[in-house]
Design a protein around this ligand. Structure first.
Ligand code: EPU
Length: 356
């Protein structure tokens, strides 16, 4: 184990923010992780660095989780249980599943980050969330160095949310995640309008999981900046949920405003404005999710640039670092956006990424 001093975290965060960590250690085994925790518990835990905005330098030991390995741990006729260690690159893992014809993660292709952080904010895209295939995870308790198992209900998953972002924040380090995937009769989800129209364009009537993955990759590439080219952390804000009263007023003013009906306020939603896909089940609701990207675009921020901090040209929900923006500059821009959206629509936007 090699503890390094004064290391730039620029290569370790997808925003590409250049801050210094006073001490830095990369962990490749459970034993090393336990050893570090017995000596030091005031840590900054860093995984894929894809959901953080580094505003300040890090004056404590940065622990980079680099536990690797993927294995099949159990099989039944229909399902396979795959365990992936926390440091595995998420997209590489998804591609590995597709190559082996294991279904369930294809809609989550090309999401930046590592396996270990995927349950933290219950990553989701195109009608699928990680909770849909999640089986269980293992995490080390920071205060004791003991490994604990967390079932799906222990994780308390919600929209971009889990117990690890709330009451257990900073208390556990996720070391591995087990997914329950299908070996046959894959339950494909292409209810999202964008996926459907892309499949039609390609004249694919009976898509495979590989087809869905390919389409998702193309859609993401067309809308979202590649962090290797332009620094970013994906969606910077969560899509806000508003009540029916506020929604009705807003919709009257903006009949073309996209929206999603919310089944329950903490869980996933039925895409309605985008499409009425096969998984759509109508039901009464009192809440509506409005795309933050649309609100931000209406406020005139889309494609705007302030020095090296900017709002992506094709998706206003994504803030970008064109090169040498500081975390503070990105954060100031985020605050300016929050204020303008509040003044214009009386809607508060919550930041989705972790501001450190
Ligand atoms: N829209 C605009 N202007 C914009 C961006 C979007 O008008 O600048 C409109 C679109 O036209 C569309 C609607 O807003 O009608 C929704 O847009 P999109 O399908 O791009 O999805 P989103 O709600 O903006 C969410 C997730 C993304 C995920 C996509 C697809 C959140 C915070 N974001 O974005 O997740 O990829 O749906 O499922 O829920 C991420 O978390 O980092 C992420 C990229």
């Amino acid at each position: 184990m090699n503890i390094q001093k004064n290391i730039s975290l620029k290569p370790y965060n997808t925003f590409g923010i250049d801050v210094i960590a006073s001490e830095f250690v990369s962990i490749t085994s459970i034993e090393d992780l336990r050893e570090v925790l017995t000596k030091n518990q005031d840590l900054f835990i860093l995984s894929g660095g894809s959901n953080i905005l580094l505003v300040n330098s890090i004056g404590k030991l940065t622990l980079h989780v680099a536990l690797n390995g993927v294995s099949v741990i159990k099989e039944t006729k229909k399902h396979v249980y795959v365990q992936a260690n926390a440091g595995e690159d998420w997209h590489e893992f998804v591609l590995w599943c597709i190559k082996n014809d294991f279904g369930g993660l294809e809609n989550l292709s090309l999401i930046p980050g590592n396996v270990g952080t995927s349950p933290m904010q219950n990553i989701g895209a195109y009608g699928v969330e990680i909770k849909d295939t999640f089986h269980k995870l293992e995490a080390m308790e920071v205060s004791t160095g003991k490994l604990h198992e967390f079932s799906k209900s222990d994780c308390n998953f919600g929209y971009r949310n889990s117990v690890f972002k709330n009451e257990l924040k900073g208390k556990y380090i996720i070391t591995s995640v087990i997914f329950k995937l299908t070996k046959e009769k894959h339950k494909l989800n292409y209810s999202y309008g964008a996926i459907q129209s892309e499949l039609e364009k390609r004249e694919i009537q009976k898509p495979t999981i590989k087809d869905i993955s390919d389409v998702v990759i193309d859609i993401r590439n067309s809308k979202l900046p590649n962090p290797k080219e332009i620094g970013n952390s994906g969606s910077f804000f969560k899509n806000p949920v508003i009540d029916k009263e506020q929604f009705d007023v807003l919709q009257k003013k903006h009949p073309n405003m996209p929206f999603y009906e919310v089944k329950d306020v903490t869980s996933s939603v039925s895409p309605r404005a985008e499409s009425r896909g096969e998984n759509y089940k109508p039901q009464t609701t009192n809440h509506y999710k409005v795309p933050a990207g649309w609100l931000i675009e209406q406020c005139g921020f889309k494609g705007k640039r302030f020095g090296d901090a900017g709002v992506h040209t094709k998706q206003a929900l994504v803030l970008v670092n064109y090169g040498n923006a500081t975390g503070k500059e990105i954060y100031n821009l985020a605050q300016k956006i929050q204020q303008t959206v509040k003044n214009t629509f009386d809607i508060s936007l919550d930041i989705e990424v972790n501001v450190i």
